[in-house]
Design a protein around this ligand. Structure first.
Ligand code: NAD
Length: 303
């Protein structure tokens, strides 16, 4: 029996084609809650992104539903508790954007230390200001990676290619991991004190909320750079603002914020901040992967 899959948020066409190879697929982008409540009983699997709200009411009407696939990361739009109670499995695809995020770390970092973003702006204004844009190399610098999971490891591999020394802090790391990736395991304090560039790749949890606050920023070198492409709440933005404004650290690279979109742009507008609007996963490849990974997980489930 071929499973029946309902897709209610747009995923990449090639992922839809993959799903059609093993399932009967219906596309109902932009479906209303009422329509979904009516339709859901006919399906074995539901694929959504962030648009569809999968409420308790929908789940309780889903007589045949066995699995919900969320193409992407967050599960805020799914009533996870109701799904668990009804023995419906949930899968998502955080691994789909790993490479895109790791590449953005270096894109932003090189732009920052070579002033590429500023030089480009200056040229667009018709100026030729070579003397203003002295920069630095990555070669020989120490990169501190906080959170050595999927993204942290991809960052480490790329840092090695730039000839950087790598310190990593992650309570979940093993001696074998450190050996395999040829990094030096460090505690947090040593990493903060000794890194030229610090990049965060931890999830936002009770434990990691504000894990970089006044005390931690105070341990960093005066000419160091902090990168947060992980989650907004991991860094205390008020403390970061003070440190950057008073030039107690060299700069910050931010892709994520405690509030998105931010209401307060004070931090972002500082001259020593390079900011992007949460574009870590905004590549064609990450979007294609998000769909393909979910379809593959659903295929394996029905196997
Ligand atoms: P992952 O689960 O593979 O790795 C996270 C690592 O953090 C794990 O190894 C874990 O042991 C470690 N960790 C947990 N608590 C820690 C702590 N207190 N101190 C140090 N390490 C700790 O996750 P990932 O796929 O590598 O993603 C990392 C982060 O990147 C997540 O916050 C994710 O939301 C974020 N992300 C951002 C974007 C973006 O668009 N900017 C896109 C994708 C992922």
């Amino acid at each position: 029996m071929r499973p029946k899959i309902l897709i209610t948020d747009r995923i990449h066409e090639c992922a839809v084609e993959e799903a059609k190879k093993f399932a009967d697929v219906d596309l109902r982008y932009g479906i209303s809650q009422d329509e979904l409540i009516e339709l859901i009983k006919d399906y074995d699997a539901l694929i959504v992104r962030s648009g569809t709200k999968v409420t308790r009411e929908i789940i309780e009407r889903a007589e045949n539903l066995k699995i919900i696939g969320r193409a992407g990361v967050g599960l805020d739009n799914i009533d996870v508790k109701a799904a668990e109670e009804n023995k419906i499995k949930i899968v998502n695809s955080p691994e789909a954007s790993t490479i895109s995020v790791a590449e953005l770390v270096f894109g932003s970092l090189i732009s920052f230390i070579r002033n590429i973003h500023k030089a480009n702006e200056s040229m667009k204004r018709g100026k030729w200001e070579r003397e203003k844009f002295m920069g630095n190399e990555l070669y020989g610098k120490t990169l501190g990676i906080i959170g050595f999971g999927r993204i942290g490891r991809e960052v480490a591999m790329r840092a090695r290619a730039f000839g950087m020394k790598i310190l990593a802090y992650d309570p979940g790391i093993t001696v074998e991991d450190a050996r395999e990736f040829n990094i030096e395991y460090s505690d947090l304090e040593n990493l903060l004190r000794n890194s030229d560039i610090i990049t965060l790749h931890v999830p936002l949890t009770e434990e990691t909320e504000n894990m970089i606050d006044k005390r931690e920023l105070g341990l960093m070198k005066r000419d160091s750079i902090l990168i947060n492409i992980a989650r907004g709440g991991v860094v205390n933005e008020d403390a970061l603002y003070e440190f950057l404004k008073e030039k107690k650290i060299r700069g910050a690279i931010l892709d994520v914020y405690s509030e998105e979109p931010p209401r307060d742009y004070r931090l972002i507008k500082l001259d020593n901040v390079l900011a992007t609007p949460h574009i870590g996963a905004s590549t064609d490849e990450a979007q294609i992967n998000a769909g393909l990974v979910i379809v593959e997980k659903i295929r394996n489930f029905f196997r």
